[in-house]
Design a protein around this ligand. Structure first.
Ligand SMILES: [Zn+2]
Ligand SMILES: [Zn+2]
Length: 311
């Protein structure tokens, strides 16, 4: 089968990858659409030096074989992290933090930039007929945005700042705007910020402070900006992952008694519900053939992916 393989240094398109065989607890998914995420770009820049395998973790597909026969033929999306099931994290509802977890397309598990992928059956979520593949493929990034209201209380009367004008910031700002909170998006590009205007205030510079500041800038400068924008006793939520380190003065966090919260993957079921209800305004994903992966990675479209059904 065809797939986009990361050899530890670079991505290589292959036509002769072996067909994956599901383990007894797994399903075999025929991938319909797979989307490129910033994490894929970071892996190609050296964020996960130990990973070798098929890239990609955002997908919609159809189950072909499964440990749960009722799932065969169903359209699904799937969570990334498969814990060991035995450790303190797995046994206390923190499977996404299991230290020996596999993570599709990121750690010890082949991802979805291929015609077929295997995945633990319990990580799959069936999507309703009303939800198109092109919208359902946003489930994973939307779930990551929903992790924030799962972690902290966002009061509708609160003012929240989101740093960043990319895809992650777009999902986060929309989710937070649904709470009724007034959301200000601080970005660098006027043309990207224009997408946010229907649900948030936008700015390229900001001289005021906020109770809650979300860093979704995708670069080490995000936290520096967040430190300038957060009020004393306020909260900074860090959503960006990147290769390399940020440099911040931690004393400022102590003196101002700022809470800093890391936030990664989130809950899939509410993300599917929100998408099904059409409550989000999502741009059209731009789809490419997998063999033209370089064009896809270079595209400046809002969301880019692969239509795996193309020949
Ligand atoms: Zn992702
Ligand atoms: Zn575990």
């Amino acid at each position: 089968m065809k797939g986009l393989f990361f050899d530890g240094e670079k991505a290589v398109f292959k036509n002769d990858l072996p067909m994956p065989e599901p383990l007894p607890h797994e399903s075999l998914v025929c991938i319909s659409i797979a989307a490129i995420c910033n994490t894929d770009r970071e892996i190609m820049r050296g964020y996960k030096p130990d990973f070798k395998g098929v890239l990609g973790h955002e997908f919609v597909g159809v189950v072909e074989k499964s440990s749960d026969p009722e799932l065969v033929g169903k359209r699904v999306v799937g969570e990334l992290n498969e814990g060991c099931g035995e450790c303190i994290y797995c046994k206390t509802g923190r499977e996404r933090h299991c230290e020996s977890r596999k993570c599709i397309g990121i750690t010890q598990k082949n991802g979805c930039f291929a015609q077929y992928m295997t995945i633990a059956t319990r990580l799959l979520h069936v999507i309703p007929d009303s939800l198109t593949d092109e919208k359902a493929v946003f489930t994973e990034p939307l779930a990551a945005a929903l992790e924030i209201p799962d972690q902290i209380q966002i009061r509708p009367s609160e003012e929240v700042c989101v740093i960043g004008d990319g895809r992650l910031a777009f999902m986060i700002a929309q989710v937070l705007a649904l709470t009724g909170a007034e959301v200000t998006v601080l970005g660098k590009h006027e043309e990207k910020l224009s997408r946010f205007k229907s649900f948030a205030k936008t700015a390229t510079d900001c001289g005021r402070r906020f109770e809650i500041v979300i860093d979704a800038a995708g670069s080490p400068t995000g936290i520096e900006t967040a430190m300038k924008l957060v009020r004393s006793k306020g909260t900074i939520v860090l959503k960006s992952t990147y290769a390399g380190n940020a440099s911040v003065n931690l004393s400022q966090i102590v003196v101002n008694e700022v809470t800093v919260l890391g936030s990664r993957c989130g809950p899939f079921a509410p993300a599917v519900r929100l998408l099904s209800r059409g409550l989000l305004d999502l741009p059209q994903i731009e789809l490419h053939e997998l063999s033209e992966w370089q064009n896809a990675f270079e595209s400046r479209a809002f969301k880019v992916g692969f239509d795996m059904r193309l020949p």
